[in-house]
Design a protein around this ligand. Structure first.
Ligand code: 1CP
Length: 333
């Protein structure tokens, strides 16, 4: 059994498994090399040879306990026919949506468009490089995908009133997303994903209507993934009440963000926990890293815990700090 599965199933806590969100990415010189000559990000995600190489880069370097496939949450709107581009210094830039087209897209067409992602998973399973490690597939949560699909840009500066002006569109999109996110989850599992993570990176922007935008749509995906016999990790970044979230949504494990105080959470949470460390700590020094990492390890000493960050690793992170991090976690007794 993989270390993370042991942690989830046997609640064994004497070793702490580790992997990092965005571990395959811009902080790695070997990733930047590939990226330099592959300027179209979507094409890179649809290239199973290169995306396999990128997925394995952090595994080969650091020996993490899980590989997360190199892909993006915005491949789903791409699969639905929405134009998706990544622009330098701007981030994602999506095209206008056409609801009539979205309502008639069928499962086969969608699966065909995203087939290189499923091929990537099959190839990773074939080459045995992930012995005793999990292979994590992922999706964006309905709310976060809705935000990108309607806003068409990163909502870094928040959402305007304008965003909610067409409630019928929101309702229809949530229905379409529930259907196609499930198809994407099923396809990833059938191709060899041993775990699914649901990224709700913009959950913190939900101000009311938690049932409609957070609890109901996420519960539907969690229930579905569990029915396929695969554990599901939720990352509802920025919400104020992780305890309530876990009680309602019942994920196999929850990834906390760096604003959560682990000390106050620990007494109120029953599910296994992942993550928490502020990625900015990796931009400081080794002594500070050690004391911050140890805080999490101590608090979760008797609780099933997978080491990870409270959001993705930052592009400016030094390799040495990641090496030190892995050592600190591995040597903790
Ligand atoms: O070179 C580059 O400029 C590309 C940077 C990059 C990378 C490496 C993007 C653009 N996406 C990815 C890969 C990626 N994205 C992975 C696989 C790699 C890994 O995790 O090891 C995953 C899981 C994601 C997930 C993702 N994409 C999320 C959820 C996690 C999070 O960080 O909150 C989100 C919000 C996206 C959208 C996205 N993709 C890329 C950008 C710049 C953004 C937008 C971020 C924003 O709105 O500010």
């Amino acid at each position: 059994m993989t270390p993370i599965k042991e942690c989830l199933i046997n609640k064994k806590t004497n070793i702490t498994p580790i992997w990092l969100m965005r571990q395959a990415g811009r902080y790695l010189p070997e990733f930047r090399e590939i990226r330099k000559v592959n300027t179209n990000f979507i094409d890179l995600c649809l290239n199973p040879i290169l995306s396999e190489e990128i997925t394995l880069q952090p595994i080969n370097r650091f020996g993490f306990d899980a590989a997360i496939i190199f892909s993006d949450i915005l491949m789903l709107p791409y699969g639905l026919g929405q134009n998706v581009e990544f622009k330098k210094n701007l981030g994602p830039n999506l095209g206008k949506i056409n609801l009539d087209n979205l309502l008639i897209i069928d499962e086969n067409e969608f699966t065909k468009k995203l087939s290189p992602i499923y091929e990537l998973l099959k190839n990773l399973n074939r080459n045995n490089k992930l012995k005793n490690k999990d292979l994590i597939g992922f999706v964006g949560a309905p709310w976060t995908l809705l935000v990108y699909m309607i806003n068409r840009l990163s909502p870094k500066n928040g959402l305007s009133e304008e965003f909610f002006k067409d409630l019928k569109l929101i309702e229809n999109l949530l229905m379409i997303l529930d259907k196609f996110i499930k198809i994407h989850i099923k396809n990833q599992i059938n191709s060899g994903a041993t775990m699914i993570q649901i990224f709700d990176s913009w959950a913190g922007l939900i101000k009311n209507n938690y049932d409609e935008y957070l609890y109901n749509p996420t519960s539907s995906l969690v229930e579905y993934t569990k029915s396929l016999g695969v554990p599901v990790i939720c990352f509802p970044r920025g919400i104020s009440d992780y305890t309530k979230f876990c009680e309602i949504v019942k994920p196999s494990m929850v990834n906390i963000d760096y604003n959560v105080n682990p000390k106050t959470l620990i007494d109120k949470i029953d599910v296994p926990v992942q993550g928490g460390l502020d990625p900015k700590v990796l931009l400081t020094d080794k002594d500070n890293l050690k004391s911050e990492v140890t805080k999490y390890l101590e608090v979760f000493r008797d609780h099933p815990y997978v080491f990870n960050l409270g959001h993705g690793i930052l592009p400016e992170t030094q390799i040495q700090m990641v090496e030190d991090l892995v050592k600190i976690v591995r040597n903790y007794k």
